[in-house]
Design a protein around this ligand. Structure first.
Ligand SMILES: Nc1ncnc2c1ncn2[C@@H]1O[C@H](COP(=O)(O)OP(=O)(O)OP(=O)(O)O)[C@@H](O)[C@H]1O
Ligand SMILES: Nc1ncnc2c1ncn2[C@@H]1O[C@H](COP(=O)(O)OP(=O)(O)OP(=O)(O)O)[C@@H](O)[C@H]1O
Ligand SMILES: [Mg+2]
Ligand SMILES: [Mg+2]
Lengths: 168, 151, 151, 168
């Protein structure tokens, strides 16, 4: 269930709709300090159901909505759409018929959230279950945030359990 | 379940004991469970001994050695329970040239079965990418995808 | 004493407000004391706004931006109360080429008054050193100073 | 009060006596991962009176004594000697007459410690007072450990006080 494409609008520094189409193999993301590379990873985490603003470097979840710049006003909505290729069939049984599965998340500055699975509105719970059933979690080893690789080694023994638990 | 946790742990441990000497070109390492009534409460200890050195607390290792040890463990978990994709944000920051090369070699191998997204500033890591996504802020405060190069 | 803390804080703040825009080629930043009955209990908040961006929580800054902000603050403390020496261990790890250059430039300036020991893997930082100490482990597990080169 | 020379014997990976003679200006320390660069900084911190083994990456303070290698046995003593140039006269008044000030620290595997100021045995307290009186602390901004530069920014507001307190 590799990532086929990612579309980001109004999420952090990606105010304008930005589309990434990913292939198999190795994709490198490069650019100067502060240009938005880690924000791309944050967008993927967020679409996968990340609930802690702190893990996205924010204070509140509304911190992920584009806050404006010199020349631009803040916006009222952050949206991320993540499309998966289900060719390897590892998606949960109810999605077996789909060759592509799309997960979308929206957050309005008013505080309302929307979640969609294959364009059908659902709850955050359904997004989290979807990923848990495919074995991909935001807590495991799938995503290694900037500056945190060595944490696996300097962490306390109990904290390291999650690594094995998510794989078990 | 206890049984599944124990089995997964043993499989990851078996791989870790092979992957560490491979990444370090020698030495040895292993995982162990801390003392606990219930295996579901036990913590996971790491013992890691780079080639030629004595076994000491894993915290005494250098920054680069800790990163390589962590990579050996991540690769081991991956081999037991492959994830369809891996997002790695500047994990090569603490590595010297030789270790960046070893990290890149093992990523190239794993990329046959898994999709990788690597954020990096490192010229050598950039070379192993099949595709490069360049992100810039031509307009200040606004991120833009400006270049997609195929290698 | 309260008075001395307050004076030092103000002096460091004044410098920080100049050093940040210098290192970021624009933008603004300032320190502030958290609400507290007693200034000796107050914490220190950092507000930092890179050029062209809006002011947000300092935690939202990128890895490189956090490092540059920290450097701006350290330089400010140094200018108020110079230390005879500075030991910096791989502080350039998260910086892109342009920022490594700016970091090096400010270190070169400060080195007129302070002695610097910089541990680094970065080729550009290596170039600003007056002397280079090479450490190796020719014999495994045993550190040795093998080269001292003057530039 | 710049560092004139540093001599390390039996401290962490520097089992053989190793002498660094430092000049003014910028000294670069380079070498592969794990070769001992950060151990040099640890040696300087330790000679300055660092009391927490954790800040030296150890569990107990005896972790700083060379523990052996493939080919070498562990040793029973760690010693670091740090020599300062007092040309700028910032050393405490009682040292005003000295152009050079030497601080030495030893730790025996039996647990005994020795501290010396200009070759005169003293207590840890005297070493700590000496550095405090010159305004150089191990907690302030003088030494930035590997991986910790950004901590100044992500730290809690109260933790940042030390930076200003040490300078005040
Ligand atoms: N809600 C938001 N609105 C606008 N900009 C934001 C928002 N949240 C974060 N940013 C900006 O995004 C930038 C950080 O981006 P990011 O962490 O992706 O950088 P990076 O490319 O990973 O850089 P580095 O190489 O230094 O790690 C910060 O400058 C921050 O101001
Ligand atoms: N008491 C000790 N006896 C022997 N070796 C030790 C002792 N304490 C630490 N070491 C060794 O020192 C090495 C770490 O050295 P150090 O942290 O200085 O490396 P480094 O040059 O900074 O590397 P990096 O570039 O990865 O940060 C470890 O491999 C560790 O095993
Ligand atoms: Mg980043
Ligand atoms: Mg180091």
């Amino acid at each position: 269930m590799r990532i086929k494409s990612l579309q980001i609008t109004g999420f952090k520094s990606f105010v304008d709709k930005t589309a990434f189409s990913f292939d198999t193999g190795i994709s490198g993301v490069v650019g100067p300090n502060g240009c938005g590379k880690s924000n791309v990873v944050d967008a993927i985490r967020w679409a996968m159901g990340e609930q802690s603003p702190r893990r996205l470097r924010g204070k509140g979840m509304d911190d992920v909505i584009f806050a404006g710049s010199d020349a631009r006003a803040p916006v009222g909505l952050a949206e991320v759409m993540l499309t998966f290729d289900n060719a390897d069939g590892i998606a949960p049984p109810e999605f077996a018929a789909y060759s592509e599965i799309q997960v979308a998340r929206r957050l309005y500055r008013t505080g309302e959230s929307e979640y969609l699975l294959n364009k059908t509105p659902c709850r955050l719970r359904d997004i989290l279950d979807f990923f848990r059933d495919t074995g991909i979690g935001t807590k495991g080893y799938t995503i290694v945030e900037q500056g945190r690789i060595a944490e696996i080694v300097s962490a306390k023994a109990e904290e390291r359990r999650t690594l094995i638990e998510e794989a078990a | 379940s206890r049984k599944r946790f124990r089995e997964t742990f043993d499989q990851v441990n078996e791989r870790f004991q092979k992957n560490f000497p491979r990444l370090f070109r020698g030495g040895k390492a292993a995982l162990s469970l801390t003392e606990s009534e219930d295996v579901l409460e036990a913590g996971i200890e790491i013992m890691a001994q780079p080639p030629g050195k004595r076994l000491q607390s894993v915290n005494l290792l250098s920054g680069g050695e800790k990163t390589m040890t962590a990579i050996a463990l991540l690769v081991s978990v991956f081999q037991v329970r492959p994830s369809p994709f891996f997002l790695l944000d500047e994990v090569d920051a603490a590595l010297d040239d030789a270790n960046v090369g070893r990290f890149n070699e093992i990523v190239k191998e794993m990329s046959a079965d898994s999709q990788f997204l690597l954020i990096t500033h490192n010229k050598r890591t950039i070379e192993i990418a099949d595709v490069l996504y360049g992100v810039t802020m031509e307009e200040r405060g606004v991120s833009k995808l400006v270049a997609v190069e195929l290698h």
